[in-house]
Design a protein around this ligand. Structure first.
Ligand code: CP
Length: 306
């Protein structure tokens, strides 16, 4: 397809700015067609997509299901707990069997970094990474970038702060690649144990001071603490984390009046963000979720039709 040659979507590190814009434009097209017609399209009629989720998910799994159905594809979701992975079958054998059952694409979420890349080299159908450990979560970053562009116009020269557990966040990594490729300045902020200084080598500014992180930001993206990936605690207590790095209404005086608030979800109210800010008019949290359907429609369409 002109403008798109990828069969699989593994991460934003490997994508160039033109591909990212192409995909976001396709998402915009899908969003306007579906909101005008209020109905489904026939674009992926006859295609069979398998959602293989080996970690819990609400937003990503359901958004891929809604996206596939809106494009008239068949989609089947499988969780690890109800699959034969629990009987000792390998991921490779599971994927080979899914391919033999007629899958045209596999959407995979897995706790191991590189699992999506591994499958893309193992089987012959498009692989869409729905989150691989702390490595990448490309569909999330693409919907975040879509939402930011929709609200800010351009990302060129915009200051985006990503605040929280950066060390264990695939969302932070994918956003860093995507946002900086589109010209934004990314700041990673949080405690030094969760935001190592050497992350500056990836191209982000790093700060451990919340006021510095918020001052001049066009948008602030909050991240939850990824307890499931941490074997030891990285700060004395959750209440101390909240006191020093939680976003509350007290921070309104530092934030620019037009600064936007994002969160990929799930949010932990009262920990990384106060309810007053999660639900305020500058919060784009639910807009991100809605945009996730159009972005995933674009991903499925481009990968299945390339
Ligand atoms: N943002 C995100 O990945 O949410 P889920 O874990 O609910 O899919």
């Amino acid at each position: 397809m002109k403008g798109w040659s990828r069969k699989s979507l593994l991460g934003l590190e490997e994508m160039n700015p033109e591909e990212i814009i192409f995909l976001l434009d396709k998402a915009k097209e899908f969003k306007s067609v579906v909101s005008q017609k209020g109905s489904s399209l026939e674009s992926l009629s006859g295609k069979r997509i398998i959602n293989l989720f080996m970690e819990p998910s609400t937003r990503t799994r359901i958004a891929f299901e809604v996206a596939a159905k809106t494009l008239s594809a068949d989609i089947i979701s499988i969780a690890e707990s109800s699959s034969s992975l629990t009987k000792g079958e390998t991921l490779r054998d599971t994927a080979l069997n899914i391919q033999a059952l007629g899958a045209d694409a596999i959407v995979i979420r897995h706790s191991s970094p590189g699992s999506a890349l591994f499958l893309s080299k193992t089987i012959d159908v498009p692989i869409i990474n729905a989150g691989d450990g702390a490595h990448e979560h490309p569909s999330q970053a693409l919907l975040d970038i879509y939402t930011l562009r929709d609200n800010l116009g351009t990302l060129e020269g915009k200051n985006i702060t990503i605040l929280g557990d950066i060390l264990f966040s695939r969302v932070a990594r994918s956003n860093l690649w995507g946002l900086s490729k589109l010209g934004a300045n990314v700041t990673f902020a949080g405690p030094s144990t969760l935001v190592p200084k050497d992350f500056e080598q990836l191209g982000a500014k790093v700060t451990h001071n919340l006021e510095n992180a918020l001052d001049g930001a066009d948008a602030v993206m909050l991240l939850r603490i990824q307890h499931e990936r941490q074997s030891t605690s990285h700060f004395p207590s959750l209440s101390e984390y909240t006191k020093i790095f939680g976003l509350s209404s007290d921070h309104e005086k530092i934030l620019d009046s037009k600064a936007l608030i994002l969160h990929p979800g799930p949010i932990n109210r009262g920990v990384e963000i106060d309810s007053t800010l999660a639900d305020c008019s500058r919060s784009l949290i639910l807009e991100q979720v809605s945009n996730g359907v159009a972005v995933r429609m674009a991903i499925l369409y481009l990968c299945c039709m390339s």
